[in-house]
Design a protein around this ligand. Structure first.
Ligand code: SF4
Length: 376
């Protein structure tokens, strides 16, 4: 997916896609289905990546070897920074007697780990991660279905504290009943609440939708404004939501710091900041503006599919060699592979109307609300 503004790319064809607002709640995974082999083979992990063309195999090779290591020395080495371990050439001694040579090697790795990474090295590593993620998720996109900026704004507000999948399953009926800000502003509150009930927190969300629809009707001529200063004045719209709308409809570069983005950049040691606004500022210094929107999608994709909050699938992570937190999750490749979600685990994605690039890569559309192949 290019950085071309969505407005210019696809309008009204179901290929226009929305950004994830908050992802505050963890992602619900889809039920197992037939594996999307083409996708999984290129990014489901070191083992698969070895077979795949391109540079991912090299990236993933080191952690796979480490994960397979059985000796205490190898286990110790696995805790060392992955990149450094990957770059280290085995000594002749290690080749002849790996068991005996493992301990000094682990000590060396530990000594290297103790040396802090320079800012320049971190920036270079961060950019390598972004490039690697671009190969792993060439189809990265916002995971909310939308056909115009009003739908994007509404869907993003609804995505707080729930999955994009649940929002996508709810919005078809919502937009059919209330296609414009004027229609939604005139909605009977109880009826609106009932329509968006599956997304949770439906009373508060209904208040936001009524308020922002009325504001759009009264203050902006029924149009969604394209400036962050205006967007954040709308009820229920914060900086994160505004950035999603700007980045994915108006083509204004933006960094979306949701729960996944914040967690991953801290695991990657790009920053220790917890405050999303500070995280955004740090990441903005590392990458050129042209990368901001797609970087956000790639990082969030990775957080939802592989680098989960509670059970990161390190043993199946194609960027493990660049990650200083390798080992915080499951390192056994087979066990890790079972943790993969959405298309990486062979399951449907989150969008009922995904972009063609996702389908071309073997991804599958999400089922409608109540369908048998629901998420798990
Ligand atoms: S912590 Fe996340 S990014 Fe790092 S190796 Fe594990 S799954 Fe991959």
């Amino acid at each position: 997916m290019s950085n071309t503004p969505v407005r210019a790319q696809v309008k009204g064809a179901g290929q226009v896609t929305a950004g994830r607002n908050s992802a505050v709640g963890e992602q619900a995974a889809a039920k197992p289905g037939k594996a999307a082999e083409a996708v999984t083979a290129t990014s489901a992990g070191p083992t698969a990546a070895k077979k795949a063309p391109g540079g991912k195999a090299a990236v993933a090779k080191a952690p796979a070897k480490r994960a397979a290591g059985k000796t205490p020395a190898k286990k110790a080495a696995a805790k060392a920074p992955v990149k450094k371990a990957a770059e280290r050439k085995p000594s002749a001694k290690a080749k002849q007697a790996p068991e005996a040579a493992g301990a000094p090697a682990a000590k060396k790795a530990a000594a290297k780990q103790a040396k802090p990474e320079s800012h320049l090295s971190m920036v270079r590593r961060a950019r390598r991660i972004n490039r690697a993620l671009a190969e792993v998720y060439p189809y990265a996109h916002p995971e909310l279905d939308f056909e115009n900026p009003f739908q994007l704004l509404v869907a993003t507000v609804l995505s707080a504290q729930t999955t994009d999948l649940r929002v996508n399953q709810t919005t078809p009926a919502l937009f059919e009943a209330y296609p414009t800000p004027e229609d939604m502003a005139a909605a009977v509150p109880e009826e609106l609440e009932e329509t968006i009930r599956p997304t949770g927190f439906f009373r508060a969300k209904a208040r936001s939708l009524l308020g922002l629809s009325a504001a759009l009707r009264d203050d902006f001529g029924g149009e969604v404004p394209g400036r962050i200063e205006d967007l954040v004045t709308l009820p229920g719209v914060g900086r994160k939501t505004a950035n999603v709308v700007l980045g994915n409809y108006f083509g204004v570069p933006g960094i979306t710091v949701d729960t996944h983005f914040g967690r991953l950049v801290r695991r990657w040691k790009w920053t220790d900041e917890e405050d999303p606004v500070k995280v955004e500022a740090v990441v903005a210094e590392i990458f050129p503006k042209t990368e901001w929107t797609m970087l956000s999608h790639r990082v969030i994709f990775h957080g939802r599919r592989i680098c989960h909050s509670r059970k990161p699938a390190c043993g199946a992570c194609p960027i493990a060699a660049l990650c200083p937190s390798y080992g915080v999750g499951e390192t056994d490749p087979e066990k890790a592979e079972k943790l993969l979600k959405y298309e990486k685990g062979g399951h449907p994605g989150q969008r009922l109307k995904p972009p063609q690039s996702f389908l071309d890569a073997g991804g599958r559309p999400a089922p409608p609300l109540g369908a048998a192949a629901a998420e798990k």
